[in-house]
Design a protein around this ligand. Structure first.
Ligand code: SF4
Ligand code: SF4
Ligand code: SF4
Ligand code: FES
Length: 973
C-alpha cells in the first residue's frame, strides 16, 4: 500500500515532504490529520481527508488528464477532462472537485472515459489555431500534451464556424503577451490572479461561447490593475499568456534553481537557460519562502545582468578628474593594495575601512568584513543595514536576545490579527504581501499603523482594516498608547509574562506604561490618531488568538527607531505573541541579503553571529582561525566614516555592491566625504553614483554569475547557484580574496562552500550549516545548532537566548525634526513595486515603464493651498538641501505629509533628507524631514550640478568602455 501522510508538513521541499516540486499534483494539499484510504485503478493509497481524487491518484502515480486544475489553485471543475468512474456513484464526476471518501474505488481509464475526453479535446481544438510548429509554447504546452494523452486524432467540427482565431493580441505589457486566439477559457489565469497574487485584475467576461479573459474593464494589460507578477503567465496551459523572452528566443533547454537577488522575501527561482542565455525566471514551487510565486522584479527584471553598461574590466585612475584606464586584474589589485598600504603608513591603521553589501552573498560579505578586520587591521566595517534595519538588531537583541525576526513567512497563515507598522508589503515584499492578503481574505483582522493608506488596506475581499494614520515621527507615542490600553484594560497574557519574562523588567515597564501620559487620549494630540481608534486596535490585537506584527523601515528609520523596535517587542511579550506560529515580531528586511550581511559581522562592533569585538573569548576564537590579532575596539560606522573623511583622518574606502552616494542621507555631505578620500575602491556591476568618485573600479558579478547563499527576512539560508560565468572572470568573493592576498593577508578558498564551512565553525547560530545540508534540506532557517540541526522555523518557543524576555522602557521623545512655519510639511520616503532600492538594476530593465521618475505625492488640500496641479514641477526644500520633482496628487497621503521614492539618482531625494539618526544605531531618520514645497520652473542647483558631474564622469568612462567592449566582443548576448 502507498502511504502519503504527514499532515504537519505543508512544505514543497522534496526532502521534507517527499513531493516533487516539478510535478503538478492537480489540487492543493489538504491539511487534515484524518486519513482516508481509497483505491485508484486497483492501487491503494492513503491520504489526508479533503484530498481530491485527482491529487490522490497523482500521489498513487496515476495521472488523470486535466486542463483547468493546478496544485496551486483551488479546484474549479470546468474542463471535465479529469472525469472518472467511482464505484457506486452515478455519472462521471470530475476528479479535481471530488474529495476522497473511505473505501472509494476509482477507475480512471475506461473506453467511455477515453471517448469523453477525446470529445472534449476536439471541442477545444476546434476553436484553437493549429499552428503548433510555430507556436512559442511548442515543446512545453499542456494543451498539446493532453491532446496527445487522450489520443486526439481528428477534429470533426472543422474551423469554418464561429471562432476566436482572429482575436487581437495585447502586447502592451513589456514582458508578456496575451494572444486570446489561443485561449481555452480554463480560467487558470483568473484564479491565479485572485488566489495566488490577490490582485483580482482578471475576469472572464461574457457567457458560453462569448466568454473571454479580460484585464480590468477590458483594458490593455498595461492600463489595467495588473501588477505584472506573472502568476497568470505561469498558470496558462497554452501560449495565450506567454513571456516575450520565450517568444523571441524559444523554449529553454536547462535550468538551475537559485534565489532572487532583489528583496528580503528571498524567492526561489528556476533560471531557465538556453546555453548561457537566460530565457526566463520561473518561480520555484520548492522554494519555501515563495511556494512558486514571484513579483515583477524577480520574474522579469533580469535584463540588467547583460546590459551594455556592465563594467567588465578592472579600471583605475589617480584622480576623479582623470579618464578611466582599463587594466588587468593584477594591476588593479596591486594599485589598490599600494594605495591602501601607503595611506595606512601615512595616516595610521584606522584611516581606511570597508563597506559590505547586502546584495552580495553571505560568503562575500563575510570575506569583506574579514578583510577589514584581518588585512586592514581595524574594525572599520559597516553595511547598508546601518541605514535600514540596524535598530532591529539593537531593539530585538535587547528585548528578545536575538537580532532577527521570529517567524516563517508561512506563519502569517495562522495569524488571527495582522498588525503592519511602517511597511508596505504589497510594494516592497510583494510575494509576502500576496500571502498576507490571502490570510486577510480568509478573515484575519488587519491593523495598519502608517501615515499613508497603503494598498494592503484595500485588499479585495479582505474586510475593513483599522488604519491608524499617525504623524511621521510619532511611532513610539502610538506603540506606548497601544501598550497602555493592554495593560490598563487587563488584556495582558499574565501566564506568558510570569513564565517567560523577566519580572523585574516587566514591573518597571508596567508602571511606566500605565502612566496616564502614555494613554491614547494623552497621545492623541501628538500622533493625530483618535484615542478611540487606538483603543480599538489594542483590543483587537490583544484579543486575537494569534497576533502577528510585521514592520518595516517606517519603524526603524527614525531618531527613535531602536526604541520603537523595543516597543513592538513589548507589545508581543505583553500579549504572549512570541514563540508560536501565527504570532511574532517580524521585520520585513529590504534588500535580498540584509539579514545575512548583519549575520556575517558587517557591523563595526560585532563579529559574525553578533558576537561583540570586545569579548576576549570571541576574539580568541576568530584569532585562532584567522591567525591575526583582532582589534578590541568597535570601528567606525558609515556616518562616522563620512565625518572622519571630511575631517581628513579617514582616507580610503573599499565599497562592495553598495551605492552610498545615492542611498545615504544628506547627499551633499556624502559627496563631500567621498571627494575627500585619497582612494575609493568600488566593486560593482555598473558605474553607480559612488563609483563616479572612485579611483579603482573592480567589476562585480550579478547573482546569476556566482555561487553562495542569501539569508532572507525569515532567517532562511538559501542557495544562490551560478547559472552563467562571471562576465569579468571573477565572482565577488574571488575579488575580495585577491585584494586580501595583494595586501599580504592570505586567503585561499576554492569555493564559497569552504567560506561557509569557516562561517559555521565560528558562528554558533550556523553550527552544522554546510552546502551538502543545504542541498539536502533545500534551505535552513538559523539558528541551526546541535539542538536544532535542521534549523529553527519559529524562534523563542521555549526560552529566549537571554533566558527571559526583557521588557524595555520606551519613553517617547519627539524628534528634533518638526514642521515649522518655514518647513510646514513632513517628507517621508519609501519604495514602489517596480523599482528596487537605488534602481541601479531595475532602471536598466523595462520595469521603468511603470516608474520612469520619482514624484512627490501630496494631499490635494496641500496642493490646493499652493496652487499645485498634478504634474507640476515642485521645489522641495529642507534645512539641508533643495531638489525638484513632479507633483502627484494623492489621497493616500495625510494632509501635511508628502512622500517620495529614491529610485532615480537625479531626483535628489536624499539631498533633502537630514543626518538626524537613531540614538542607538545612527540609522538615518529618512522618514521625517520638515520641508516646504512650491511651484518652480527649473531644476535645483544640485540637480544641475548632478547632470554636469554625471556627463563629465560618463565622458571619462567612455573610452574605457569602448576598450572593454572590443575585448568582450561576442562574450555577451
Ligand atoms: S500578471 Fe499577475 S497581476 Fe497581472 S493579471 Fe497576471 S496574475 Fe494578475
Ligand atoms: S489565458 Fe490561458 S489560463 Fe487564462 S483562460 Fe486562457 S488558456 Fe486559460
Ligand atoms: S523581489 Fe522579492 S518578492 Fe519579488 S521575486 Fe524577488 S524575492 Fe520575491
Ligand atoms: S481538471 Fe478537473 S475539471 Fe478540469
Amino acid at each position: 500500500m502507498l502511504h502519503y501522510y504527514d499532515p504537519s508538513i505543508q512544505s514543497y521541499e522534496p526532502s521534507k515532504s517527499g513531493l516533487n516540486p516539478d510535478f503538478d499534483y492537480g489540487t492543493p494539499a489538504s491539511v487534515s490529520e484524518t486519513l482516508v484510504s481509497i483505491s485508484v485503478d486497483g492501487r491503494a493509497i492513503t491520504v489526508p481527508e479533503g484530498t481530491s481524487v485527482l491529487r490522490a491518484s497523482a500521489l498513487a502515480g496515476i495521472n488523470i488528464p486535466k486542463l483547468c486544475a493546478s496544485d496551486n489553485l483551488e479546484a474549479f471543475g470546468s474542463c471535465r477532462l479529469c472525469a472518472v468512474e467511482i464505484e457506486g456513484r452515478r455519472g462521471y464526476p470530475a476528479s479535481c472537485t471530488t474529495p476522497v471518501a473511505e473505501g472509494m474505488e476509482v477507475t480512471t481509464q475506461t473506453g467511455k472515459l477515453a471517448k469523453m475526453r477525446r470529445n472534449i479535446m476536439e471541442l477545444y481544438i476546434s476553436d484553437h489555431p493549429l499552428d503548433c510548429l510555430t507556436c512559442p509554447a511548442n515543446g512545453n504546452c499542456e494543451l498539446q500534451d493532453v491532446a496527445g494523452a487522450v489520443g486526439l486524432r481528428e477534429v470533426r467540427y472543422g474551423f469554418e464556424g464561429e471562432n476566436h482565431l482572429d482575436a487581437e493580441i495585447d502586447d502592451s505589457n513589456p514582458y508578456f503577451s496575451f494572444d486570446p486566439s489561443k485561449c481555452i477559457v480554463c480560467s487558470r489565469c483568473v484564479r491565479a490572479c485572485e488566489e495566488v497574487q490577490g490582485t483580482f485584475a482578471l475576469t472572464i467576461e461574457g457567457r458560453g461561447f462569448d466568454s473571454k479573459v479580460a484585464a480590468s474593464q477590458n483594458d490593455p494589460f498595461m492600463d489595467s490593475e495588473c501588477v505584472s507578477c506573472g502568476a497568470c503567465v505561469q498558470a496558462c496551459p497554452t501560449s495565450t499568456l506567454m513571456e516575450k523572452s520565450v517568444i523571441d528566443a524559444g523554449q529553454p533547454e536547462h535550468s538551475v534553481v537559485t534565489t532572487c537577488a532583489y528583496c528580503g522575501v528571498g524567492c526561489s527561482f528556476k533560471a531557465e537557460m538556453k546555453g548561457d542565455q537566460l530565457i526566463r525566471m520561473v518561480p520555484y514551487k520548492g522554494g519555501e519562502a515563495n511556494h512558486g510565486h514571484s513579483c515583477v522584479k524577480g520574474r522579469f527584471a533580469f535584463g540588467y545582468a547583460t546590459h551594455d553598461d556592465r563594467i567588465k574590466e578592472p579600471m583605475i585612475r589617480d584622480s576623479i578628474n582623470d579618464p578611466w584606464k582599463v587594466v588587468s586584474w593584477d594591476e588593479a589589485l596591486a594599485f589598490s593594495a599600494k594605495k591602501l598600504k601607503g595611506i595606512q603608513a601615512k595616516y595610521g591603521r584606522e584611516s581606511i575601512g570597508g563597506i559590505t553589501s547586502s546584495r552580495c552573498t553571505n560568503e562575500e560579505t563575510y570575506l569583506v568584513q574579514k578583510l577589514v578586520r584581518a588585512a586592514f587591521g581595524n574594525n572599520n566595517t559597516d553595511t547598508c543595514a546601518r541605514v535600514c534595519h540596524s535598530p532591529t538588531g539593537y531593539g530585538l537583541k535587547t528585548t528578545l536576545g536575538e537580532s532577527a525576526g521570529t517567524q516563517t513567512f508561512d506563519s502569517v497563515m495562522k495569524a488571527d490579527t495582522i498588525m503592519v507598522i511602517g511597511a508596505n508589503p504589497t510594494d516592497a515584499h510583494p510575494v509576502f504581501g500576496s500571502l498576507m492578503r490571502k490570510r486577510l481574505r480568509q478573515g484575519a483582522k488587519l491593523i495598519v499603523i502608517d501615515p499613508r493608506r497603503i494598498d494592503v488596506l484595500n485588499t479585495p475581499h479582505g474586510g475593513e482594516g483599522i488604519h491608524l494614520p499617525l504623524r511621521p515621527g510619532t511611532n513610539v507615542a502610538i506603540v506606548n498608547a497601544l501598550a497602555h490600553v493592554i495593560v490598563t484594560e487587563g488584556l495582558e497574557d499574565q501566564n506568558f509574562i510570569n513564565s517567560r519574562c523577566d519580572t523585574g523588567a516587566y514591573n518597571i515597564w508596567r508602571t511606566f506604561i500605565a502612566e496616564e501620559r502614555n494613554s491614547p487620549e494623552a497621545m492623541e494630540e501628538v500622533t493625530g490618531v483618535s484615542a478611540s481608534k487606538v483603543r480599538e486596535a489594542a483590543r483587537v490585537y490583544a484579543g486575537a488568538g494569534n497576533g502577528a506584527i510585521y514592520y518595516g523601515l517606517g519603524v526603524t528609520e527614525h531618531s527613535q527607531g531602536s526604541t520603537m523596535v523595543m516597543g513592538i517587542a513589548n507589545l508581543a511579550l505583553a500579549t504572549g505573541n512570541i514563540g508560536k506560529e501565527g504570532g511574532g515580531v517580524n521585520p520585513l528586511r529590504g534588500q535580498n541579503n540584509v539579514q545575512g550581511s548583519c549575520d556575517m559581522g558587517s557591523f563595526p562592533h560585532e563579529l559574525p553571529g553578533y558576537q561583540h569585538v570586545n569579548d576576549p573569548k570571541v576574539r580568541e576564537r576568530f584569532q585562532s582561525v584567522w591567525g591575526v590579532p583582532i582589534d578590541d575596539e568597535p570601528g567606525l560606522r558609515i556616518p562616522n566614516m563620512f565625518d572622519a573623511a571630511i575631517a581628513g583622518t579617514f582616507k580610503a574606502m573599499y565599497v562592495q555592491g553598495e551605492d552610498i552616494a545615492q542611498s545615504d542621507p544628506n547627499t551633499q555631505h556624502v559627496e563631500a566625504a567621498l571627494k575627500s578620500l585619497d582612494c575609493l575602491i568600488v566593486q560593482d556591476i555598473f558605474l553607480n553614483e559612488t563609483a563616479k568618485y572612485a579611483h579603482v573600479l573592480l567589476p562585480g558579478s550579478t547573482f546569476l554569475e556566482k555561487n553562495g547563499t542569501f539569508t532572507n527576512a525569515e532567517r532562511r539560508i538559501n542557495r544562490v547557484r551560478k547559472v552563467m560565468e562571471p562576465i569579468a572572470g571573477m565572482e565577488d568573493w574571488q575579488v575580495t580574496m585577491a585584494l586580501s592576498n595583494a595586501l599580504g593577508y592570505p586567503m585561499n578558498y576554492n569555493h564559497p562552500s569552504e567560506i561557509m564551512d569557516e562561517i559555521a565553525s565560528l558562528t554558533p547560530t550556523f553550527t552544522g550549516v554546510d552546502y551538502d545540508k543545504l542541498e539536502q534540506l533545500g534551505s535552513i532557517q538559523w539558528p541551526c545548532n546541535d539542538d536544532n540541526p535542521q534549523g529553527t522555523p519559529t524562534m523563542h518557543e521555549v526560552e529566549f537566548p537571554i533566558g527571559k524576555g526583557r521588557f524595555a522602557v520606551t519613553e517617547y521623545l519627539a524628534t528634533e525634526e518638526r514642521a515649522s512655519r518655514r518647513f510646514p510639511l513632513l517628507l517621508t520616503t519609501g519604495r514602489i513595486l517596480s523599482q528596487y532600492n537605488v534602481g541601479a538594476q531595475t532602471r536598466r530593465t523595462n520595469n521603468s515603464d511603470w516608474h520612469e521618475e520619482d514624484v512627490l505625492e501630496l494631499h490635494p488640500s496641500d496642493a490646493e493651498l499652493r496652487g499645485v496641479s498634478d504634474g507640476d514641477w515642485l521645489g522641495i526644500s529642507s534645512r539641508v538641501g533643495h531638489t525638484v520633482l513632479r507633483a502627484k496628487l494623492s489621497t493616500r497621503m495625510l494632509p501635511g505629509v508628502v512622500y517620495t521614492t529614491f529610485h532615480h539618482p537625479g531626483s535628489g531625494a536624499n539631498v533633502v533628507t537630514t543626518d538626524n539618526s537613531d540614538w542607538a544605531t545612527n540609522c538615518p531618520e529618512y522618514k521625517v524631514t520638515a520641508v516646504q514645497v512650491e511651484k518652480v520652473s527649473q531644476p535645483s542647483d544640485w540637480q544641475r550640478d548632478f547632470v554636469d558631474f554625471d556627463k563629465r564622469q560618463q565622458a571619462l568612462l567612455k573610452p574605457a568602455m569602448g576598450q572593454q567592449e572590443s575585448r568582450h566582443a561576442n562574450t555577451l548576448k
